[in-house]
Design a protein around this ligand. Structure first.
Ligand SMILES: Cc1cc2ncn([C@H]3O[C@H](COP(=O)(O)O)[C@@H](O)[C@H]3O)c2cc1C
Ligand SMILES: O=C(O)c1cccnc1
Length: 639
């Protein structure tokens, strides 16, 4: 039997029975409130099913960047010249300043770079894995990309590489790719397999102009009409409108799935490869963890066909395993949380929290205190922000292809007055709570903060005191923590410790938001409409936000209740706006209703990823890579 057929036959469903047992156990330890974890629960259970172990170790990860050239690049469908593929391949291994390097570093994943058919003679790059199938594919606008034999060879070279990596001990794959013009190819693959039109699936790739997008869409249509890929045969689709790296990534995915190992998907190109793998062995999807939704329309259709829902929405358009690296960190957080709540004997639950108690005293604040904070709020350092933005525009990636991460990095630069803030900013979580603390909540907070490397302060809010007392308490905590911790997570636990997670948020949502999620009241009215019991929490949260922003901390919101209060605080005091990171549901759509730091921890990791990008990536000039010749990048990039 061929390697491909042997692999396809070896792929079996993941261990769903074990996942069911784990789900029952999770229900028990979470006291029936496990759905508060939202999609993070699914992530955890899916990973347990993949490994077939109740408490697997954190995965050993490998990032594999598959490089290949595309004949269709001759049609000018990309913003960058065809040579970029070879130049970037060099930069992964020589300068090591590409996004793939920065994010592999962030995720503690070992990086491998493989040549599956870059168009060039005598490639001699130290460390490059030679998996060549050809000297670039043929132009799909003029005929098939490759022969059927080459398509099978691409799949098998991917499987061989998977087996090599697995034999070296890796058990989680983060695939990535580099191949100028390959979003034309992934659009065509997706249109063929998902039965969509060229207009449905074609996107801007490397940030091309409207004019080029129209041309690219016509090329996708032409390639489909001319080659007539058979959508009941993924190998035919791969041969006719595919590319070597798509076959290779599909092969890697199949190889990992056959060995019960996880694959974390990245962007649209990964999703197109996953469609090929799914068609060849439908059960392999059990081993795929989605990470982010990016900018290419093809990805949406592909994920739908795969039945996968990503949680990260960072507007990434790159494909160098950036989104998957962030998800890999979150997976580890969930595995740790699972171990902690399961009371594993080797993992004693410690709650080394600072405790702060609201004094039973008349408040020290007056209206003047509030005015003082508002009138002396620091402006962001626009010079640092501009320098940071200029650096971002010139890092070796298409303009703005790292979406929300670029905005976050610029914001942090402005807050810190430093165009290049370092990566390991100290982190704290300030969690407001009622007098008694729910032990499960505290355990979950301990687990989340352990993964997030955040020091926790549990701040006990007293009711029955004037609102100004709560404001003053929050202000003091925010002021104190923001002196030592540039990243400050803010959370509040349920007011009623016996209520299910998310109860307070639901109450606030009902009272303070319109049905469409917008704010219902003006700034000076909302407090009067808030449920009385929540008012002290609101006061404390407003105090903490204003004082922390005043001290130039980057505030990372956790639960939905904190999110709603922060949005009203922004209305009350627009100057705090740039200091606040709204994590869920803007950047993370996990439907997680659990307070206590899990989402803030993920937000801190997203901020850290942004800083890794800024610190570890090199510019076009430093990397000797050609800049854009079309789209907005052509105006802003220099080398
Ligand atoms: C410097 C640079 C780094 C990249 N890293 C990934 N891509 C991404 O962009 C390309 C696909 O977009 P299109 O179809 O528009 O050419 C691929 O190489 C993909 O991996 C890059 C592109 C460039 C220019
Ligand atoms: O989503 C992707 O994989 C992608 C998007 C744009 C450019 N390159 C890759």
């Amino acid at each position: 039997m061929s390697l491909l057929n042997r692999t396809l036959t070896a792929i079996e469903p993941a261990n769903h029975e074990l996942a069911q047992q784990a789900a029952a156990q999770l229900t028990k330890v979470m006291e029936g409130d496990e759905d508060s974890l939202g999609l993070l629960k699914d992530l955890l259970l899916k990973y347990l099913a993949i490994t077939g172990e109740m408490h697997p170790a954190a995965p050993d990860k490998c990032t594999v960047i598959c490089c290949a050239s595309h004949g269709v690049a001759a049609e000018a469908v990309s913003a960058y010249p065809e040579e970029t593929t070879l130049q970037m391949t060099k930069s992964y291994l020589i300068g090591q300043g590409a996004a793939a390097n920065a994010f592999a570093n962030f995720a503690d994943s070992e990086i491998f770079i493989a040549d599956f058919g870059i168009k060039a003679d005598n490639i001699d790059i130290p460390g490059l894995l030679d998996c060549r199938i050809g000297n670039g594919t043929d132009n799909i606008a003029q005929g098939p990309a490759m022969s059927r034999e080459q398509a099978i060879a691409a799949l098998e070279k991917g499987i061989e590489l998977a087996e090599k990596l697995i034999s070296e001990g890796f058990d989680c794959l983060l695939p990535g790719e580099m191949g100028i013009a390959n979003t034309t190819v992934s659009a065509a693959i997706c249109a063929a397999i998902c039965n969509k039109t060229a207009a449905d699936v074609t996107g801007r790739g490397t940030n091309i102009s409207d004019e080029r997008l129209a041309k690219k869409t016509a090329i996708v249509e032409k390639a489909l009409n001319l080659n007539q890929p058979d959508n009941t045969d993924a190998i035919d689709v791969l041969a006719k409108v595919g590319g070597f790296e798509f076959g290779a990534i599909a092969g890697l995915m199949l190889g990992f799935a056959a060995h019960h190992k996880a694959v974390i998907l990245d962007g649209s190109n990964c999703a197109a490869a996953a469609l090929i793998a799914q068609d060849l062995a439908p059960d392999c999807v059990d081993y795929f963890l989605p990470s982010h939704r990016g900018g290419e329309p093809a990805q949406t259709f592909a994920l739908e066909k795969l039945g996968l829902t990503p949680i990260l929405h960072l507007d990434l358009r790159l494909g160098e395993a950036c989104g998957s690296s962030i998800l890999a960190r979150e997976l580890e957080t969930m595995l740790n949380l699972w171990d902690v709540v399961s009371h594993l004997p080797h993992d004693p639950v410690e709650t080394p929290f600072q405790q702060a108690y609201m004094p039973n005293l008349a408040p020290k604040v007056t209206n003047k205190t509030f005015d003082f904070y508002l009138s002396t709020m620091q402006d962001l350092d626009t010079q640092a922000m501009e320098a940071c933005k200029e650096r971002l525009d010139n890092l070796v990636k298409p303009l703005e292809s790292l979406g929300a991460l670029e905005q976050i990095a610029t914001e942090i630069a402005g807050i810190m007055g430093d165009e290049l803030p370092n990566c390991d900013l100290d982190r704290a979580l300030l969690c407001f709570t009622s007098k008694v603390s729910n032990p499960l909540q505290m355990q979950l907070t301990a687990a989340s903060s352990q993964s997030a490397k955040a020091d926790v302060t549990i701040a006990h809010v007293r009711e029955c005191l004037p609102l100004t007392a709560a404001f003053d308490f929050g202000r003091e905590q925010g002021e104190f923590l923001s002196l030592s911790y540039p990243l400050l997570g803010l959370s509040m636990t349920e007011m009623d410790e016996h209520a299910p997670f998310g109860t307070t948020a639901e109450l606030l949502r009902q009272e303070l938001l319109n049905a469409d999620g917008s704010l219902k009241y003006p700034a000076d009215e909302f407090l009067a409409h808030a449920p009385e019991a929540v008012q002290p929490f609101i006061g404390a949260m407003i105090g903490a936000i204003i004082a922390a922003a005043h001290n130039s901390a980057f505030i990372i919101l956790d639960d939905e209740a904190s999110e709603i209060i922060a949005r009203y605080t922004e209305l009350l005091c627009p100057a705090v706006r740039p200091y606040i990171l709204h994590v869920q549901p803007l950047l993370v759509k996990a439907n997680c209703t659990l307070p206590g730091g899990l989402i803030a921890g993920l937000g801190m990791d997203i901020a850290e990823a942004a800083l890794y990008m800024l610190n570890y990536m090199r510019t076009f000039a430093e990397s000797k890579v050609a800049i854009a010749s079309d789209g907005p990048g052509a105006q802003r990039q220099q080398n």
